[in-house]
Design a protein around this ligand. Structure first.
Ligand SMILES: [Zn+2]
Length: 377
């Protein structure tokens, strides 16, 4: 299974080229060994199982260097070896080296206005267990109480020592770099809450916060081709994520497409402006399903946004997901026809994706990447 080939190639270029040779002067041998451990783990994570020869070829490490790194990772329980059973011709059976599925777990948590979900995965992203709970809250205290109660349950199952990091996908405005949830929908006194630090303090585990569309896109990158991809998460509002050459574009306040004006002088938006995309998307879902009239009014503004953003980011894949997209069959053809009016290309590149579990899985992947990046053995 070749996962995220782009990333594997990027890693390979960095290692073989190699840049790291020059770095040796500035960082100690021990650090260098950790950098190499990260590279080896990353290519195995990307590609699934690899032979020693493949690992050496892709990373550009010498045979001796690779052997040392792989043995270190075996010793610390990061890797396991499977004998394939078939002889290579010289009597030796080449082993396939994989990420150890029994140790070094990460948690992905999705904090959503309506529910909490989580999964525990190994470093290759294989899910060990999934959790879900409703999320009723009135204020910051209530929301934090729900999150901790939920995480307590999960940590009790696996034990603190088994979990290396937590990735959290959060709705609303997020400062991923600082681990701060700036605003959370439906929680009035939620302002600049240092979620990453709070979880880190309570459980003693490294914690990373990410905007939920970024997590969804990371999850989608696992099984999608395309150099540049954009994702729209559509429910009561619109969240957007972009990946350029396999890298998620991140930054506080970037890609706030919900309040871009799509109909000058159009529908009044809750932000005070008129004609924002959100003003057209928000009324589309009622409790009992989609509002057909609102959906009709939303299609052209949405097509315009997709067309413009796909042009700006030179996207060859556009993923639509979220609660509204659950009903895509009711408006898919019309949306594609609106897009065709603007140009053939975008209509061909649209994917309607079931958003179930995407954010939580992406959050776990983010955490796994951080663990691999910061490995110290
Ligand atoms: Zn607005």
């Amino acid at each position: 299974m070749i996962k995220r080939l782009l990333k594997a190639e990027r890693t390979a270029t960095v290692k073989a080229g190699n840049g790291c040779e020059g770095l040796k002067k500035y960082i100690g041998l021990e650090d260098m060994s950790n950098v190499n451990c990260s590279s080896v783990l990353r290519v195995i994570q990307d590609c699934g199982g690899l032979s020693r020869r493949q690992i050496a070829d892709i990373t550009g490490l010498s045979w001796g260097g690779m052997t040392k790194i792989v043995n270190k990772l075996f010793d610390h329980g990061y890797l396991v070896e499977e004998k394939s059973g078939a002889s290579a011709g010289n009597g030796r059976i080449p082993g396939i080296i994989r990420i150890n599925g029994e140790q070094h777990f990460v948690v992905g948590l999705d904090m959503n206005k309506t529910g909490l979900s989580a999964c525990v995965t190994d470093l290759s992203g294989d899910i060990k267990k999934e959790y879900a709970a409703p999320n009723h809250f009135e204020d910051r205290k209530g929301l934090l109480g729900n999150v901790f109660h939920f995480l307590d349950m999960l940590i009790e199952d696996f034990g603190k020592d088994a979990v290396q990091a937590v990735g959290v996908a959060v709705q609303g405005e997020v400062d991923a770099e600082k681990g701060i949830s700036v605003q959370f929908p439906g929680c009035a006194d939620w302002r600049d809450v240092p979620m990453a630090a709070l979880i880190r303090e309570r459980y003693g585990m490294e914690t990373y916060l990410e905007h939920d569309p970024d997590c969804m896109l990371l999850s989608e990158l696992e099984h999608g081709d395309g150099d540049n991809q954009i994702l729209f998460r559509m429910d009561q509002s619109v969240g957007m994520a972009v990946s350029l050459q396999g890298n998620i574009l991140r930054g506080r306040g970037l890609l706030e497409v919900a309040h871009s004006i799509v109909v000058p002088g159009g529908k009044l938006c809750r932000c005070g402006l008129s004609g924002c995309l959100e003003a057209y998307v928000a009324p589309c879902i009622r409790k009992d399903g989609p509002d057909r009239e609102a959906v009709q009014e939303m299609l052209q503004p949405l097509a315009l946004t997709i067309h413009n953003m796909a042009g700006v980011f030179h996207a060859d894949r556009v993923i639509l997901t979220g609660d509204l997209i659950k009903y895509h069959e009711e408006f898919e053809e019309q949306l594609l026809s609106e897009l065709r009016k603007l140009g053939e290309k975008e209509a061909e590149n649209i994917i309607f994706a079931d958003g179930t579990g995407l954010a939580v899985r992406g959050a776990a992947l983010f955490a796994a990447e951080k663990v691999i990046e910061g490995i110290k053995v």
